[in-house]
Design a binder for this molecule. Structure first.
Ligand code: HEC
Length: 156
């Protein structure tokens, strides 16, 4: 039974690599985050109005961990950043972090508690694809959706 499910998933990912992440669904999933997080661009324009308990997540992909000026981070995430000064948020770290922030801190050399009391149980990849879409400075990586969004319109 387990094996059958696994092989279907494997085939699916081979056949449809570019729609594996669903930005539109990720945008819906962000409703779970906005009680604590806003997405507000550098001009102060709200992309998603949200709370200020957590840091603004605009341009988070490619940003150094725990580096938003003026936000008071907890000891756990701050110690991960201190132990890994060059660490930036990429898709892999974000996926693990939103799944279980405390486990991510513990696995990345951190020491101390997370202030983010939220765990995401499904659709993490879609959510992260959405975060890429609101991160204009994200390095061109393995996200096909982000690359598509940035691609210039076809010329005549
Ligand atoms: C209950 C409030 C709450 C919810 C809900 C929440 N967060 Fe957070 N988040 C926080 C807090 C507080 C922090 C700061 C963590 C710390 O200092 O330990 C944080 C930190 C983060 C960071 C680190 C950002 C940085 O500047 O390094 C990311 C990324 C993040 N959250 C993403 C999300 C996403 C995506 C969701 C929804 C799936 C979400 N959070 C839901 C409160 C929340």
């Amino acid at each position: 039974m387990k094996l059958a499910v696994f092989s279907v998933a494997a085939i699916f990912s081979v056949v449809t690599p570019t729609i594996a992440q669903d930005v539109a669904n990720g945008e819906k999933e962000f409703r779970k985050c906005k009680a604590c997080h806003m997405i507000q661009d550098a001009d102060g324009t709200d992309i998603v109005k949200g709370g200020g308990v957590g840091p603004n997540l605009w341009n988070v992909v490619g940003r150094n961990v725990a580096s938003l000026e003026g936000f008071s981070y907890g000891d756990g995430i701050a110690s991960v950043a201190a132990a890994n000064p060059d660490m930036v948020w990429d898709e892999a770290h974000l996926t693990e972090y939103v799944t279980d922030p405390q486990a991510w801190i513990d696995a990345n050399g951190g020491d101390g508690k997370t202030k983010m009391t939220f765990k995401m149980r499904k659709a993490q990849e879609d959510l992260v694809a959405y975060l890429v879409s609101v991160s204009p400075d994200a390095p061109a990586g393995d996200s096909a959706d982000a690359a598509d969004a940035d691609a210039p319109a076809a010329s005549n």
